[in-house]
Design a protein around this ligand. Sequence first.
Ligand SMILES: [Fe+2]
Ligand SMILES: [Fe+2]
Length: 303
Amino acid sequence: MASLLDLTAQGDVATITDDAYLDRSLKLMGPQQLYELWERQQWQSQAIDLERDKEQWAALPDEQKDEHLWGLSSFFVGEERVTTQFSGLVMAYEDEQEEAFLTTQQVDEARHMQFFDRYYREVMGLDQQGIADRLAIARNDVTDAFVELFDERLVETGKRLIADPSDIEAKVDFITTYHMVIEGTLALTGQHFMGDYYEKRDLLPGFAEGFSKIARDEHRHVAYGTWYLQQRCAEPAMRQRVQRTLAELLPLAAGVLVPKGYSVGDDYEFFGYTSQEQAEFAYSALSRRLKVIGVPLATASAA
Ligand SMILES: [Fe+2]
Ligand SMILES: [Fe+2]
């Protein structure tokens, strides 16, 4: 019989297209299997060849440089945010296998931030400043919705977990915010469309390589979050919590990748795809995970 790893990208059930598999009886990969997968999938953010990217970047018109920078900024700042804000969840492990997996996720997020920082430094030429200055430059491009989600909601939920790592409700809220909304709905959607854009055009190949390795890690992270919520959502009260958090956060998430000059609900293009195509991709990924967790998406709107 095929394993979940054979059927999916990294055990992430959002990559299963056959609805027949998608319910609470589906046995997911647990922290130990995901930890072992991590050991097999090491990569070095400092070793990816960026020489062709430097040449291509130098030849791009300024207007196009601005567009790429805008798209990349949310990811650079986002990776910094999710690295530090992950500490509370590491403290909230419930057994040694989960402890091992969670520490790998935190170091993955640091590696992702390092990849973006190296890119800003070596390809975009921002090598006169420190990392904090490069992050401050990237922050000029993020939206108000981004600030509310990453600097307020994520940080507040993380603080509740740090204050009491045994608080299961806080842990469920944190994983819903971090793994379901930020990684599952936002990051993997942006990575899908942006990665496709660069690969199809053979543009910035070093970036495309790093970004696809980041996406591979993110699928593994979201597989953990789905596993955790599936366990906890045997209880109806926890299912309601997850639904409530999603209903609050999805409208905010919808505003994170809206380009300057547009509002949520407007039609626009992002890296060659329409806002509608992206919303549909995000919605179907989230709803597949929620079917396996056992939480209907009825009260939550699409991102
Ligand atoms: Fe990441
Ligand atoms: Fe992640």
